[in-house]
Design a binder for this molecule. Structure first.
Ligand SMILES: C[S@@+](CC[C@H](N)C(=O)[O-])C[C@H]1O[C@@H](n2cnc3c(N)ncnc32)[C@H](O)[C@@H]1O
Length: 205
């Protein structure tokens, strides 16, 4: 299992603040939408070995943790959901609407929402003994980095990760770079997938 955590300081924390026709103006919701596509979609196939965590810290009720791991087995409708590239804004909006105070709620099979802060969530994973990597241009080159099984990767939003959080995370996680340019979060996910796919097919992971 590969996991990605995308943190957005502006993405909305209520369905009311999501305009499906203009995700860019909805707290840059276009970035998590592209990150969902990069996380799960291959040509003609959906990846089943990925979990994506979106931490939204925008208005009006930060922070929300949206967890996505689409269920592809079983009957349609309530039993499973097929992700469709065209309806991701709608899915995120519905997840935000279905949030219930004090609960972790499964909105669609494999799609959960709860109230949880970014650092709190990363610390929980660390306590579980997970190997966590921050995607950071100043990190170790991904081509030579030692990446353990079931890795977790953290990505920042259009402004990067907030400095205070970044400082703290660098004590808990290994910084990794994917190359000399600054890439979109979704490009970064695709490049990490590619590196892990190559290692897996070479039997190195
Ligand atoms: C659009 S970038 C953020 C740009 C922001 N202006 C900055 O300087 O951090 C979004 C995220 O993609 C990841 N990223 C982009 N380029 C990267 C690189 N060369 N190596 C590792 N991660 C990268 C980082 O996690 C970054 O926070």
């Amino acid at each position: 299992m590969r996991e990605f955590i995308y943190y957005s300081r502006t993405a909305p924390t209520s369905g009311k603040y999501v305009n499906e026709d203009n995700p860019y103006e909805s707290g840059r919701l276009d970035i998590p939408i592209h990150s969902v596509i990069a996380s799960f979609f291959l040509s003609q196939k959906i990846r089943t070995d990925v979990r994506l965590h979106l931490i939204f810290a925008g208005m009006p009720d930060p922070q929300k943790h949206l967890e996505l791991q689409p269920v592809l087995e079983g009957k349609t409708d309530i039993h499973k959901i097929y992700l469709n590239k065209k309806n991701i804004a709608g899915i995120l909006k519905k997840m935000l609407y279905k949030y219930k105070e004090g609960e972790k709620t499964e909105v669609f099979p494999g799609f959960w929402i709860e109230k949880k802060g970014f650092l709190e969530f990363v610390k929980e994973l660390q306590k579980q003994g997970r190997d966590i990597y921050i995607l950071d241009p100043k990190g170790i080159d991904i081509r030579t980095a030692d990446i353990k099984k079931n890795p977790v990767f953290i990505l920042g939003d259009h402004r990067g990760l907030p400095l205070k959080e970044l400082k703290r995370l660098k004590t808990l996680c290994t910084p990794i770079t994917i190359g000399p340019n600054t890439y979109f979060a979704s490009h970064t996910i695709a490049i990490v997938h590619n590196e892990l796919d190559r290692r897996q097919s070479a039997g190195e992971l």
